[in-house]
Design a protein around this ligand. Structure first.
Ligand SMILES: Nc1ncnc2c1ncn2[C@@H]1O[C@H](COP(=O)(O)OP(=O)(O)OP(=O)(O)O)[C@@H](O)[C@H]1O
Ligand SMILES: O=C(O)C1=C[C@@H](O)[C@@H](O)[C@H](O)C1
Ligand SMILES: [Mg+2]
Length: 175
């Protein structure tokens, strides 16, 4: 298997996973543990478009949002940075290939039950539902899980862990 590059420019940590898996909350704790910077891709998108994610989703629809997210993620260029992606990042193949080239991709894995607990309001939470608003949470989970698995360099099961414990587990998986 090809060794992953860990030189400056490809020493980043890219968090992927279901909405609510903890990419944003855990990401900042992880960045402190690693002495890295932290970037939340969702905030970069909001800043660049000057609109909230929900407004962007309403205005552009799922396909338009994915296209915009693809563009923002594909332009990312950092060093020693933990990047929390949005849960929908894995719909953008070009973006994921780029992110894999600038760092290690860590999949924060949660069970369907844990996703359901954290996302009880998912139809109003700004989640990309490619099959429309009638899409169930189960369908969302089943559609995305293989994509997260496909792009992951490292998978960390974060079920039933506090945010700090999960961040520590990711940090040791990266060693
Ligand atoms: N390990 C955890 N234990 C308990 N609650 C958690 C844990 N991780 C995250 N949460 C809670 O779940 C909610 C969503 O977390 P967060 O925003 O970090 O998810 P995310 O993966 O960034 O989602 P998105 O893809 O929508 O950006 C928050 O309220 C957060 O406090
Ligand atoms: O999982 C999703 O579909 C999303 C998660 C958020 O982080 C945002 O990126 C956006 O609201 C879409
Ligand atoms: Mg987030």
């Amino acid at each position: 298997m090809k060794e992953k590059c860990t030189e400056p420019g490809c020493d980043n940590v890219i968090l992927i996973g279901m909405p609510g898996a903890g990419k944003s909350t855990l990401g900042i704790v992880l960045a402190k543990i690693l002495n890295y910077n932290f970037v939340d891709a969702d905030l970069v998108i909001q800043n660049q478009c000057d609109k909230t994610l929900q407004k962007l989703l309403d205005a552009c629809g799922p396909d338009g949002f994915i296209e915009m997210e693809n563009q923002v993620l594909s332009d990312m260029d950092f060093q020693r940075t933990v990047v929390a992606t949005g849960g929908s990042a894995v719909y953008s193949a070009a973006a994921m290939e780029h992110l894999r080239s600038i760092g290690r991709v860590v999949y924060l894995k949660i069970s369907f039950d844990q996703l359901r607990e954290r996302l009880c309001d998912f139809q109003d939470r700004g989640v990309v539902l490619r099959k429309g608003i009638s899409m169930s949470l189960r369908e969302l989970y089943d559609e995305r899980r293989p994509l997260y698995e496909m792009y992951a360099d490292i998978t960390v099961d974060v079920n039933d862990l506090s945010i700090t414990a999960a961040a520590r587990k990711v940090a040791s998986a990266l060693q």
